[in-house]
Design a protein around this ligand. Structure first.
Ligand SMILES: [Zn+2]
Length: 281
């Protein structure tokens, strides 16, 4: 059993490793956006304690405003040393967390929901200044109200996170799953096709990429990429109307569909699809 437990609602989930009592093997799939969001909270704690310490040492009253998260709300620009410091603490924290997961034998791979957040047109490079600007938005929003749910939806940061994960996947030989295609209303269809991932697929030929849900309704694009690139794989999970072996492949969440195919048609479609899979995959 492979479990993605990064739904952002840990209080409502049974811990992934508790499922070991139900089956022989349980492995975890780490959702990278969730880890990046958790690290915003960790970075804030580190940031504040760092400046608390500086404050005690310096004993300079003018720096008291730096000692609490509240003061981080002040207007900063991308050259602000305190913003840069917070950004670096966050980025290092995310890198360390993902590297630790990549090394763990009970973590089978990673998952990205960048499709839900800023779309699959992930850039190959990001200017640090752009990242700092987006981080400024994320950071000040969080510091203004830490009780509010953090949502990493800041394109340059989301894209960087995906690239960072792909590099780790290459080093540690673990795959990265991408949610592609269908989903909830927060999916923007124009950037939900896996065709947008093509530059990334070519830039990371040694990283295995799994396109989830057959990328429905962009199944043809997913099929093409899977056939063309040895590092791309297609997953049938959650696409119930296409998949005969629902029970085997379905994910933990469900979606309603406005249409379904009859069993006979599904069986024919599914058999045909599986027969076309190259022997090497
Ligand atoms: Zn998904």
């Amino acid at each position: 059993m492979l479990l993605d437990d990064g739904l952002g609602i840990p209080e409502m989930l049974i811990p992934w490793d508790a499922h070991a009592s139900f089956c022989a093997t349980v492995k975890r799939i780490v959702r990278v956006e969730t880890e990046a969001e958790v690290n915003i909270q960790r970075a804030q704690k580190q940031f504040v304690s760092h400046f608390d310490l500086s404050l005690q040492k310096l004993l300079l009253g003018t720096f008291t405003r730096l000692a609490s998260a509240h003061t981080i709300q002040r207007k900063t620009d991308v050259g602000d040393p305190y913003l840069i410091s917070a950004f670096d603490i966050w980025l290092r924290g995310v890198d360390l967390a993902l590297t630790t997961f990549a090394k763990r034998p009970d973590v089978i791979g990673f998952k990205s929901v960048v499709c839900y957040r800023t779309g699959l047109s992930v850039s190959l490079y990001e200017d640090r200044e752009n990242m700092l600007q987006k981080f400024h938005e994320l950071w000040t929003n969080y510091c203004r109200d830490p009780s509010k749910k953090i949502r990493l939806q800041h394109k340059s940061l989301n894209d960087h996170l995906v690239r960072m994960t792909l590099a780790l996947c290459e080093t540690h030989k673990k795959p990265l799953q991408f949610h592609c295609g269908m989903g909830d209303r927060d999916i923007t269809l124009t950037t939900a096709s896996p065709k947008h991932l093509q530059p990334l697929i070519e830039a990371y030929p040694e990283s295995d990429i799994i396109l989830l849900h057959s990328s429905y309704p962009y199944t043809q694009e997913a099929g093409y990429l899977t056939a063309m690139y040895s590092n791309v794989f297609m997953d049938f999970g959650e696409v119930r109307h296409l998949c005969l072996l629902n029970a085997l492949f379905s994910c933990l969440t469900t979606h309603r569909y406005s249409h379904t195919f009859r069993e006979r048609v599904r069986r024919r479609y599914f058999d045909k699809s599986l027969n076309s899979v190259p022997q090497t995959k």
